[in-house]
Design a protein around this ligand. Structure first.
Ligand SMILES: Nc1ncnc2c1ncn2[C@@H]1O[C@H](COP(=O)(O)OP(=O)(O)O)[C@@H](O)[C@H]1O
Ligand SMILES: [Mg+2]
Length: 252
């Protein structure tokens, strides 16, 4: 279980980016964080994998406070937290299979990683995961040859081969068309359920959040103004979150 208690962060004095954020997520759940641009969504994800130092609060992953981890503990913790990026962060000139295997780098010495030394088991698992995301026949193609939706599915496989407890996605579908977005969201939801992983995705597409997420967290001006099952996000809640009519929400 992931539990966030009283999380707070200011980048600049007297300008809080996050104030008193509290939520709990059980394994297997897909949570969408929504809210206007600048609300603090990315800051939450960066705090969860400790890319930034938050100011106060607790972040408990299976009871262990990741905020108090030292350097070597942090390396271990980061293996448990997979990342999926808006712009995929793939090495375009390498093959799909090699990119998936990069998800194992957190488990290897720098040298073994640089030399591209992967075990037969790792390679077999990478191929199995590519099968799960429907990309088996692309394993030996360069990533540069793939569409955006396919690249993001490689990103999903790369995150999963890490055997994470949590996957964090910052705007995972913001660069995709609607059809590819639907495929990626459904795939993520099904896989995290099957593998009993927590997934947190920052999204600006409210409809897709409502359709696919189990739980929705709404952030406005660094404060949590909504935290409930997706069905409960009605028009009134959306208006409260975005401050005005939903048509005026952040553009895609
Ligand atoms: N590195 C930074 N330095 C200073 N201010 C920042 C930095 N990153 C984000 N902010 C500010 O923190 C607030 C929240 O930003 P962010 O978490 O990126 O919002 P969102 O992802 O919801 O668009 C914004 O006011 C933003 O300008
Ligand atoms: Mg952001």
């Amino acid at each position: 279980m992931l539990e966030v208690k009283h999380l707070a962060k200011s980048y600049q004095k007297d300008k809080p980016a996050l104030t008193d954020i509290n939520f709990k997520i059980d394994p297997g759940n897909f949570v969408a964080i929504i809210g206007p641009s600048g609300a603090g969504k990315t800051t939450i994800l960066r705090s969860l994998n400790q890319l930034i130092k938050d100011d106060a609060g607790e972040i408990l992953l299976d009871g262990e406070d990741i905020r108090s981890a030292n350097k070597s503990e942090l390396r271990k913790l980061r293996r448990q937290i997979g990342m999926i990026f808006q712009n995929y962060n793939l090495v375009e000139r390498l093959t799909v299979l090699e990119n998936v295997l990069h998800g194992r780098l957190g488990y290897k010495s720098t040298l073994a990683g640089v030399m591209g030394r992967y075990t037969e088991d790792e390679k077999r698992e990478a191929l199995d995961l590519l099968d799960k995301v429907g990309l088996s026949e692309f394993a030996l193609q360069r990533c540069s040859e793939l569409s955006g939706g396919q690249k993001q599915r490689v990103g999903i496989a790369r995150a999963l081969i890490q055997h994470p407890k949590v996957i964090l996605c910052d705007e995972p579908i913001a660069s995709l068309d609607l059809a590819s977005s639907q495929v990626v969201m459904k795939m993520l939801k099904d896989l995290i359920q099957e593998l009993n992983i927590i997934c947190i995705a920052n999204l600006h597409q409210i409809d897709l959040a409502k359709e696919h997420a189990d739980q929705i967290i709404g952030i406005r001006h660094g404060k949590m103004v909504f935290n409930d099952v997706a069905d409960k996000l009605d028009q009134a809640a959306i208006t409260e979150l975005y401050g005005t009519a939903v048509e005026e929400k952040e553009p895609a």
